[in-house]
Design a protein around this ligand. Structure first.
Ligand code: DX5
Ligand code: ZN
Length: 218
C-alpha cells in the first residue's frame, strides 16, 4: 500500500502539535520534515531542535529531507533528534558513499535525492546502499509548486533498475502531489507520496489526509 508522508512545511507552526495529531488521526504513515538552510535552497525552515520536539509528540516515523549544504556535519544531530529516515541531496554530498554509510551506522535509514535537473546517473552507484530514493518533482525550497511531469519517467527508470538489480529501496516523490498527480506517480512506481499544500490548504487536515487516501488507486 502507498505510504503517505505529509510534509509540515506549510503547517501552522504555532499549532504544530495539534496539526501533527490531526495528520495522524487522518491516517498519515510518516511525517516528512523539510530541513532548509537558506544556502542550498533559498528558504529556511528548522533544525534538530524542532525535530526533537516533534519526536516527543508522535510515534510515526520521521522522514527528514535535508536541503542543506553541509549535510555531513548535521546527520548525527538529526539522528539523535529522532529522525528515522535521513535523505541527503547528491548535489550537497560530494562523498555520498561515506555519507549514506554513516547514516546507517548511526542507526537511521539512508535515503538519497536529487534536484529535477540532476541526471539519475548521479545516484546510480549508491542504489545498493539506500533504503529510499526521493524523486523531486519540483525544485526544492517551497511548498505549493507545480508538479514537473519529467519526474514520471525518473520514477519508472528507478523502478526498472530496482527490478533488474534485485534491490529493495522505496521510491518517494516530493512536490506538487495532489489527487490528480498522485495516481500518475503511483502508476509510474512511487511507493511513498510527500504531500504538503494539498493537505494544508484544506481547513480540516485530518479529513484531507483521509480523502487523499480514499481516492488513491490500489
Ligand atoms: C519542497 C519540499 C516538499 C514540499 C512539498 O522543497 O521538499 O516536501 O513541502 O510540498 P507540496 O506538496 O506543497 O509541493
Ligand atoms: Zn521534502
Amino acid at each position: 500500500m502507498t505510504i503517505l508522508a505529509p510534509s509540515v512545511l506549510n503547517a501552522d507552526f504555532s499549532r504544530l502539535a495539534e496539526q501533527i495529531t490531526a495528520l495522524e488521526s487522518g491516517g498519515a504513515d510518516w511525517i516528512h520534515l523539510d530541513i532548509m538552510d537558506g544556502h542550498f535552497v533559498p528558504n529556511m525552515t528548522f533544525g534538530p531542535m524542532i525535530v526533537e520536539a516533534i519526536r516527543r509528540i508522535t510515534a510515526l516515523p520521521l522522514d527528514a529531507h535535508l536541503m542543506i549544504s553541509n549535510a555531513d556535519a548535521y546527520i548525527s544531530a538529526f539522528q539523535e533528534a529522532g529522525a528515522d529516515l535521513i535523505t541527503v541531496h547528491v548535489e550537497a554530498s560530494p562523498h555520498l558513499w561515506r555519507t549514506l554509510e554513516n547514516i546507517r551506522t548511526l542507526g537511521a535509514r539512508p535515503g538519497v535525492t536529487l534536484n529535477p535537473a540532476t541526471p539519475l546517473l548521479m545516484i546510480e552507484q549508491v542504489l545498493p546502499l539506500v533504503d529510499m530514493v526521493l524523486v523531486m518533482s519540483v525544485e526544492p525550497g517551497f511548498g505549493g509548486q507545480r508538479f514537473l511531469p519529467a519526474a514520471l519517467e525518473r520514477i519508472a527508470q528507478l523502478k526498472r533498475w530496482r527490478e533488474e538489480r534485485g534491490l529493495g529501496f522505496l521510491i518517494e516523490v516530493d512536490g506538487g502531489i495532489d489527487e490528480q498527480t498522485a495516481g500518475r506517480v503511483i502508476a509510474a512506481g512511487a511507493d511513498v507520496l510527500v504531500i504538503g499544500q494539498a493537505i494544508f490548504r484544506q481547513s480540516d487536515i485530518a479529513t484531507a489526509v483521509r480523502q487523499l487516501r480514499m481516492n488513491l488507486p490500489r
